[in-house]
Write a protein that binds this ligand. Sequence first.
Ligand SMILES: [Fe+2]
Ligand SMILES: [Fe+2]
Length: 169
Amino acid sequence: MTAAVFEAINRQIAAEFGASFSYLAMAAWCEHHQFMGAGKWLRLQSAEEHLHGMKLFNFVLARNQQARLAALEQPKSEFASIVDVFERALEQEQGVSKQIDALYELAFKEKVFAAMAELQWFITEQVEEEKSVREIVAKFQMVKNDPASLLDVDRELGSRPAGAEPAAG
Ligand SMILES: [Fe+2]
Ligand SMILES: [Fe+2]
């Protein structure tokens, strides 16, 4: 692994743990506002992001380097509405997709083939995650402020099984 790729993967580890922290803050907002299903979905997503961070952490160690952990930014914890929560989540995922693409491009330029293989998984995962969150945003935008429909979407989100890929609900 080259120094540049090593540094970039360490930054990505922090970004994944940052995403985990951010989803947990979103879960707190939702549950505090009685959207318990969305809260459950976001807690599970937070746990997934933790696993993403660990996957890269383990990869760095397997490549005989000492993974370096960075400070995390304080996550956003105030939101205007439930749809705002998921719009921010979508922005976050789109940002991560760009970071992963840039990381893959760097690994390609530096000819770090093991990192390219590892990052393939993340590229595929980002397509799935963006799709799931985009579908949730669309649902919340559709129902607007209709309380009964909001509760339906919330209940659907609460049916996300633990440990599975994110269901769009
Ligand atoms: Fe992730
Ligand atoms: Fe993600």
